[in-house]
Ligand binder design. Structure first.
Ligand code: CAP
Ligand code: MG
Length: 403
């Protein structure tokens, strides 16, 4: 059977946009037929069990423009509220088929009924703003560095230094969970005691994103531990924990901020010819319900084209089936010098985290915080950093070492 129907106009279907580079000897249309079959009801040959009733459920290739192909999938192919199943269909076997040299899932349009079968963020961008009380400027944070090796007592001391110097947000690194040198419970209790202390000393609610990444049952135990100790935020490495792990935690309705780190995404998203776009991943993450998501910086150390990062960030903040908005997180190789360009490109509704760009400050962590804050203040007031640095020593020191 053929899956091609160029006269078809999708209504309530889930629509995928693919970029297809067919295998040698095949046309884009031929490869698209293989993709539409394998991702819906087909296999490599006709089977006698495929009845007319089943054939009605076939995916439809309704647009081919060069290498860009759009395929509509009837909703009945999907189990509502089951992101792993949806991904197994539209982003599953097809990437490994010999019929394609390269295949990229560029975008997914989720129809209303499927979108509504997910919970979306319990705590969204606006809630994060309310919790922190920060308006009109980015939320400024850090990743404790070195990423592994610090012990809980050292982190507690560092937490006090950076929060008391004015930082809003700190987070564990993606690979810091619960190791012999740094047990989760000890770390969380200590850092949350600091956030409490800051609340009483400065009347500010500062956030600590505790990395709960682990097998699902253990993630829940850790999330509950954070909540029981008055924490407001958990971090999950959503790609390594997987859609099921993320959904499991979100669906507990714990009322916690979910900071979504995307370590490993680049194995899937980076090759512009093959894999899944970060935009598609961001859509799935918003449907399931993260509060904030790493999306890239354009100007920092991690790869991510400007137009793409801008498109992802604007999707996260756009109207999307009345789901709460998601806060983009810019992280990776950032330092004060990069802040004006970062804000110009991505706007001020953002969490910015600085690892090396804080802890590497020659004056120490407190100076690192002040330099970051000064850079953000200058950028928001549209004062050139070099000008602002004349009266702000920590910024001047930072600009001296990081260009
Ligand atoms: C940043 C970071 C993040 C990356 C990941 C790191 O630290 O904590 O994991 O930003 O990339 O370890 O590199 P630095 P992305 O500030 O020291 O670079 O946010 O693009 O997913
Ligand atoms: Mg990291």
């Amino acid at each position: 059977m053929s899956y091609l129907d160029l006269s078809y106009r999708p209504k309530n279907d889930l629509v995928c946009e693919f970029c297809i580079e067919p295998a040698k000897g095949l046309s884009v249309k031929d490869a698209a037929e293989h993709i539409a079959g394998e991702s819906s009801i087909g296999t490599w040959t006709e089977v006698s069990t495929s009845t007319p009733r089943i054939q009605k459920m076939a995916a439809k290739i309704f647009s081919i423009k060069g290498n860009h192909v759009r395929i509509a999938y009837p909703q009945e192919l999907f189990e509502p509220g089951n992101m792993p199943q949806i991904m197994s269909s539209i982003a599953g076997n097809i990437f490994g088929m010999k019929a394609v040299e390269n295949l990229r899932l560029e975008d997914i349009q989720f129809p209303k009924d499927i979108a509504k079968s997910f919970k979306g963020p319990e705590v969204g961008l606006d809630d994060l703003r309310k919790i922190t009380g920060i308006k009109g400027r980015p939320i400024l944070g850090t990743i404790y560095k070195p990423k592994l090796g610090l012990d809980p007592k050292e982190m507690e001391e560092l937490a006090y230094k950076v929060y008391s110097a004015g930082l809003d947000y700190t987070k564990d690194d993606e690979n810091l969970t619960s190791m012999s040198f740094n047990k989760f419970e000890d770390r969380v209790q200590r850092i949350l005691s600091v956030t409490d202390r800051i609340k009483s000393e400065q009347a500010r609610t500062v956030v600590y994103a505790a990395n709960i990444t682990a097998p699902a049952q253990e993630m829940l135990r850790r999330a509950q531990f954070v909540k029981d100790h008055g924490g407001k935020c958990i971090m999950i490495d959503i790609m390594t924990a997987g859609w099921s792990g993320l959904q499991y935690i979100r669906e507990q309705n714990l009322g916690l901020i979910i900071h979504a780190h995307r370590a490993m995404h680049a194995a899937i998203t980076r090759n512009p010819k093959h894999g899944i776009s970060m935009l598609s991943i961001a859509k799935a993450a918003r449907l399931i319900g993260v509060t904030a998501l790493h999306t890239g910086t354009v100007v920092g150390k991690m790869e991510g084209p400007k137009e793409e990062v801008m498109a992802i960030d604007s999707f996260l903040k756009s109207d999307f089936y009345r789901l709460k908005k998601v806060m983009p997180i810019a992280s990776g190789g950032l330092h004060p010098h990069l802040v004006p360009d970062l804000l110009k490109i991505l706007g001020t509704d953002i969490v910015i985290t600085f690892g090396g760009g804080l802890w590497g400050h020659p004056g120490g962590p407190e100076s690192g915080v002040r330099a970051i804050r000064q850079a953000a203040d200058a950028a928001i007031q549209k004062i050139p950093l070099a000008e602002y640095a004349k009266t702000h020593k920590e910024l001047a020191e930072a600009l001296n070492i990081w260009k």
